[in-house]
Design a protein around this ligand. Structure first.
Ligand SMILES: Cc1cc2nc3c(=O)[nH]c(=O)nc-3n(C[C@H](O)[C@H](O)[C@H](O)COP(=O)(O)OP(=O)(O)OC[C@H]3O[C@@H](n4cnc5c(N)ncnc54)[C@H](O)[C@@H]3O)c2cc1C
Length: 424
């Protein structure tokens, strides 16, 4: 596994559909050229949609558990950019290259990568469509992360290229960092937080710390207004409030849901009808499961998130289709990379057992979530779970007593280790 140079990152991070990878472990072609059965199935096969925290882990661990099973991973992006630690790119503490990785390690495990998006799932025939082509599967893992509900904020759909979310790490992370750096001293940075459930509960508050830290150091006359749709800080509230004592430049407003954005006047409106002016805006939109999951109707009555069996991660609605990561709901776990990685492993083991006609062992996930409160200190929350009566239940939750350099060192170790676990 290696980080990318800035040049390589900018060249390859278009994020769209591109030529599929050629060479060892890859499959040639592009969506337009793909017709019929792209890779005729000769034995047992698992197809994975999405090469992020959950999907890449699942792909690797199916191969580790049973190398006799063919694994094909569909992922349009040519490299993996980590959301965890991406808030540090905004504040200039880390370069984007340090959180950007290739998929070479997965190929070494025999995972076949196609750099394309799945366009439809056909559960009746057990096929995944890629444009006019298709792939057959025995078991399918759906791990597409989140999609934004643009329509929930007036004016956002039309402005989505310029109003940045930076909530999927990649080019927008770099663009938002540039906007922050270019903002005049005395300018106002507005960060808006969507209502739960959204990806990474503590993420927006870590971002608040990072932006405030940067402004305090580099633009002391500037301020950061945080418009939070929720009634209070959603995660690690006491720890974040303690950290914010160092940042008088933060103006935090709870229960302020953003309903409208107008880039022409550089204003957002809240549900109280208040208008807030900005120089730089970071609007994190409301979220739902990735589009392919919604399109396949894997989502529940809320039309947003997918319910799954707690032992196998098989969809409660569609047989032989497993959903992992941020797209799921119903387990008492946060939408975190740590959880997506754990789900990827548990789901892989379950699938291998099912394909080999064996009983699935009950396994619970675990979660440690670090948040950086400045350039060298972090806080953390640890959640422990067990399986009881076929369901995942929480055993306990622990918070660090305060912020410290030691927790930041732990965070660095966690990241290095888990990135290797996913992709190495
Ligand atoms: C700023 C920020 C900070 C965070 N910090 C932390 C942290 O410190 N610790 C932590 O544990 N978590 C953190 N998270 C949360 C973490 O990033 C997510 O929970 C995690 O990425 C979820 O994994 P996933 O596999 O569900 O989705 P993703 O990692 O987003 O992967 C989904 C993948 O699916 C692909 N995809 C989508 N649709 C298709 C399709 N149709 N066909 C093929 N591929 C498709 C996408 O391209 C993407 O690569 C943070 C998130 C943010 C935004």
């Amino acid at each position: 596994m290696k980080g990318f140079t800035r040049r390589e990152f900018l060249r390859t991070s278009g994020g769209g559909v591109g030529l599929a990878v050629l060479g060892a472990g890859g499959l040639a072609g592009c969506a337009a050229a793909m017709k019929g059965d792209i890779a005729p199935k000769t034995g047992r096969r698992v197809v994975v949609i999405g090469g992020g925290w959950g999907g890449a882990t699942a792909a690797k661990y199916v191969r580790l558990a049973d190398p006799g099973i063919e694994v094909i991973l569909l992922e349009p992006n040519k490299e993996f950019v980590s959301c965890p630690f991406s808030n540090l790119v905004l504040s200039g503490v880390r370069p984007i290259e340090s959180i950007t990785f290739g998929y070479r390690g997965l190929r070494r495990h025999g995972v076949r990568l196609i750099h394309e998006a799945a366009t439809a799932i056909e559960p009746d025939t057990r096929r995944v469509r890629i444009g006019e082509g298709y792939l057959e599967y025995d078991r399918l893992v759906v791990a597409p992360g989140v999609e934004f509900q643009w329509e929930q904020v007036d004016g956002l759909a039309a402005a989505k290229e310029t109003v940045l979310h930076a909530w999927k790490a990649g080019p927008q992370t770099v663009q938002l960092a540039n906007q922050l750096q270019s903002m005049p001293d005395g300018g106002v940075f507005v960060l808006t937080i969507p209502p739960v459930a959204y990806r990474c509960p503590p993420g927006p508050y870590e971002r608040t710390c990072q932006v405030a830290w940067y402004l305090k150091k580099n633009k002391p006359r500037s301020k950061l207004i945080v418009l939070d749709a929720n009634q209070n800080i959603v995660s690690k509230a006491g720890l974040f409030r303690a950290a914010w004592k160092d940042y008088p430049n933060i103006d935090y407003r709870a229960s302020n849901k953003v309903t409208k954005v107008d880039p022409s006047t550089r204003e957002v409106s809240t549900d109280f009808g208040e208008k807030v002016k900005y120089d730089v805006l970071n609007l994190i939109p409301p979220q739902r499961a990735g589009t392919i999951a919604v399109q396949t109707d894997l989502v529940g009555a809320d039309k947003r998130w997918c319910e799954v069996n707690h032992l196998t991660y098989e969809s409660v609605k569609v047989k032989n289709v497993h959903v992992i990561g941020d797209s799921t709901i119903g387990l008492p776990v946060p939408k975190s990379g740590n959880i997506a990685n754990a789900m990827g492993k548990i789901c892989a083991v379950a699938i291998v057992h099912l394909l080999n006609g064996k009983a699935v062992p009950p396994m619970a996930p675990g979660n440690t979530c670090y948040s950086w409160v400045n350039d060298r200190e972090a806080i953390a929350v640890v959640n422990a779970y067990k399986v009881e009566g076929g369901k995942v239940v929480q055993i306990e939750q622990k918070l660090t007593p305060g912020q410290s350099v030691a927790w930041a060192q732990n965070a660095d170790g966690w990241a290095t280790s888990i990135w290797n676990d996913i992709l190495g």
